[in-house]
Design a protein around this ligand. Structure first.
Ligand SMILES: *[C@@H]1O[C@H](CO)[C@@H](O)[C@H](O)[C@H]1NC(C)=O
Ligand SMILES: *[C@@H]1O[C@H](CO)[C@@H](O)[C@H](O)[C@H]1NC(C)=O
Ligand SMILES: *[C@@H]1O[C@H](CO)[C@@H](O)[C@H](O)[C@H]1NC(C)=O
Ligand SMILES: *[C@@H]1O[C@H](CO)[C@@H](O)[C@H](O)[C@H]1NC(C)=O
Ligand SMILES: *[C@@H]1O[C@H](CO)[C@@H](O)[C@H](O)[C@H]1NC(C)=O
Ligand SMILES: *[C@@H]1O[C@H](CO)[C@@H](O)[C@H](O)[C@H]1NC(C)=O
Ligand SMILES: *[C@@H]1O[C@H](CO)[C@@H](O)[C@H](O)[C@H]1NC(C)=O
Ligand SMILES: *[C@@H]1O[C@H](CO)[C@@H](O)[C@H](O)[C@H]1NC(C)=O
Ligand SMILES: *[C@@H]1O[C@H](CO)[C@@H](O)[C@H](O)[C@H]1NC(C)=O
Ligand SMILES: *[C@@H]1O[C@H](CO)[C@@H](O)[C@H](O)[C@H]1NC(C)=O
Ligand SMILES: *[C@@H]1O[C@H](CO)[C@@H](O)[C@H](O)[C@H]1NC(C)=O
Ligand SMILES: *[C@@H]1O[C@H](CO)[C@@H](O)[C@H](O)[C@H]1NC(C)=O
Length: 435
């Protein structure tokens, strides 16, 4: 059955790109018998000298768009390729797409308009392994097959400063809508793993995202960026940077692009981020972030639990954020709002573009073995307004430590008949901070 699907898939979907033959010549130590074989050979990475790059851009289904790309069990090495509208990519059980880790096969693209520059280098950036622009109705699913970015060589080159352009994400969909990504595993991305950029109506469900928790730089799990109507649910994410980071562009570029992230629901996740945070908002939030609900999420063995970060120069706002039924286990700092994350694209930012932070609710938060439960550091220029704590109980590692709540320039308070005892400390701290 699968074999039959695969042949159909290949015949109608995979098209050998004539134009790329030159670039691929060095790999073709043995020329293929036919220019467009019906069935690609499974690649044995240990012995094969032949690497085939396959493309499935808008040639899918004869150039009209649409169709299903079936990836059967086995390892499939490929260069970056583009998806098309009305398309399903199906990764069978035991299927693994491996991203080629030689950067000369990665196309360069202009920087994202809301960032102005690549994150690591000025000028263009590498595209993503699996990419799409201006798409409608795309499904990436399967029987828990894997897309593996083979990130290690990228991370090593990044540390050794051997790259001239910003690394590419594993999956990046831009200016697209009606997207479903479900029932797959994403592993070892060179950079951010899954990046919906200016997308609308995106569902990410039953996805496992993995990268080493240490020395896998910038391997964020999911970065909803200037996107709206996004659901992220039933996922397990354990990566080398933020598990989830909601963004909307940076400084003057993000302010003038002006596309917020809004209406985002994150639920039923288990996440781990040894070096960064479980659920992050920012620091790039210049287009604004609002209407985020995080519920039934467990953050374990992580540096930060729930974090919002921003800085002067960012502009924008973070509003209407609700966290409920969140469990924090073995986390260094549980709840964090940081307003002086001063990392900028360039010197052209407006230091008086102060972001607005308001209406952030923490409800039903449980913590065990947390070193510092709450650290909310507003400033005179960027106060944190309308913070609500209700039914928050965080067990600390060091029971003698008094400052469970370290707060400055914060306005708000606990709700409910019996506020948890640390709130007493919090009230005192608030008064000390002048509110
Ligand atoms: C996608 O499919 C819909 C419905 O069949 C069709 O109206 C639309 O034109 C297709 N879009 C593209 C880009 O092929
Ligand atoms: C994918 O599409 C983008 C935008 O049109 C283009 O820049 C890029 O080169 C394409 N990638 C491939 C592998 O064809
Ligand atoms: C999918 O595969 C990943 C990686 O092998 C595994 O950790 C996860 O448990 C699998 N998910 C399901 C639902 O089987
Ligand atoms: C980076 O640029 C230098 C100098 O132009 C060049 O020698 C090197 O090959 C480039 N490296 C990559 C990975 O493109
Ligand atoms: C959102 O996307 C899903 C999946 O493509 C689709 O079924 C649904 O109709 C879309 N919702 C809206 C409001 O467009
Ligand atoms: C994902 O798997 C579940 C359970 O097997 C199934 O109900 C669902 O339809 C699948 N999702 C997609 C988009 O194929
Ligand atoms: C995720 O899995 C659950 C349980 O198997 C299923 O009900 C749900 O439809 C899946 N999500 C998607 C988007 O397929
Ligand atoms: C909460 O999330 C966990 C882990 O994802 C899941 O097993 C559980 O069913 C969820 N609970 C509810 C009430 O949805
Ligand atoms: C915040 O929520 C309130 C009430 O639901 C709504 O009136 C307001 O527009 C929301 N603000 C933002 C920025 O989403
Ligand atoms: C992160 O990993 C390092 C090295 O493995 C370990 O020493 C540290 O305890 C871990 N931190 C957390 C918060 O798990
Ligand atoms: C704050 O956010 C909550 C939840 O999104 C909403 O119900 C409430 O109306 C908002 N309050 C204001 C003042 O915006
Ligand atoms: C939160 O947990 C409580 C107690 O387990 C439960 O009653 C409530 O329904 C949960 N709420 C959400 C939104 O998961």
């Amino acid at each position: 059955m699968l074999a039959a699907l695969w042949i159909v898939g290949l015949a109608s979907v995979f098209v050998w790109q004539g134009g790329s033959v030159d670039r691929l010549r060095i790999f073709r130590l043995t020329p293929p018998a036919r220019p467009a074989p019906l069935r690609a050979r499974a690649l044995d990475l240990r012995t094969s000298a032949v690497i085939r790059e396959r493309r499935c851009s808008d040639q899918v289904a004869g150039g009209k768009g649409g169709g299903q790309l079936n990836v059967p069990a086995g390892k499939w090495l490929t260069g970056p390729f583009n998806l098309t509208s009305n398309m399903t990519m199906f990764l069978a059980q035991g299927a693994e797409i491996l991203g080629i880790n030689d950067e000369k096969y990665w196309p360069l693209m202009p920087p994202l308009p809301s960032y102005g520059y690549g994150r690591e280098h000025q000028g263009p950036r590498y595209g993503s392994l699996i990419h799409g622009q201006n798409l409608v109705n795309v499904v990436i699913t399967g029987e828990n097959g894997t897309i593996n970015g083979q990130g290690r060589s990228w991370w090593t080159k990044h540390y050794r400063k051997l790259l001239n352009y910003t690394r590419g994400p594993l999956v990046q969909l831009m200016w697209s809508r009606n997207i479903v990504i479900a029932n797959i595993t994403l592993r070892d991305s060179p950079f951010w793993t899954l990046h919906p950029y200016v997308c609308k109506n995106v569902t990410i469900s039953n996805v496992t995202i993995l990268a080493p928790v240490f020395q896998a730089p910038n391997t964020d799990g999911i970065d909803p960026d200037s996107s709206e109507d996004v659901v992220i649910e039933n996922c397990y994410i354990c990566v080398g940077d933020d598990a989830i980071a909601i963004k909307s562009g940076r400084d003057q570029y993000g302010i003038s692009y002006g596309r917020p992230s809004t209406n985002i629901l994150i639920r039923n996740l288990v996440v781990r981020s040894n070096v960064s945070a479980g659920i992050s908002i920012g620091s790039e939030m210049s287009g604004g972030v609002s209407g985020v609900t995080v519920e039934n999420v467990t953050v374990w063995s992580s540096r930060r639990g729930l974090r919002i970060k921003t800085a002067a120069g960012r502009g924008g706002y973070v509003r209407n954020i609700t966290y409920q039924n969140v469990t924090l286990e073995d986390v260094r700092v549980g709840i964090v709002i940081k307003t002086n994350y001063n990392e900028h694209a360039d010197e052209g930012f407006d230091p008086k573009a102060f972001p607005e932070l308001c209406n952030v609710t923490y409800m039903g938060i449980r913590g065990r073995r947390v070193r510092a439960p709450v650290r909310i550091q507003g400033t005179q220029e960027i106060p944190v307004k309308g913070v609500t704590f209700r039914d928050v109980e965080i067990g600390m590692v060091d029971k003698k430590k008094k400052d469970a709540f370290e707060c400055a320039f914060i306005q708000g308070g606990p709700l409910g008949p019996s506020p948890p005892s640390p709130v007493l400390v919090w009230t005192v701290m608030m008064r000390r901070a002048g509110w």
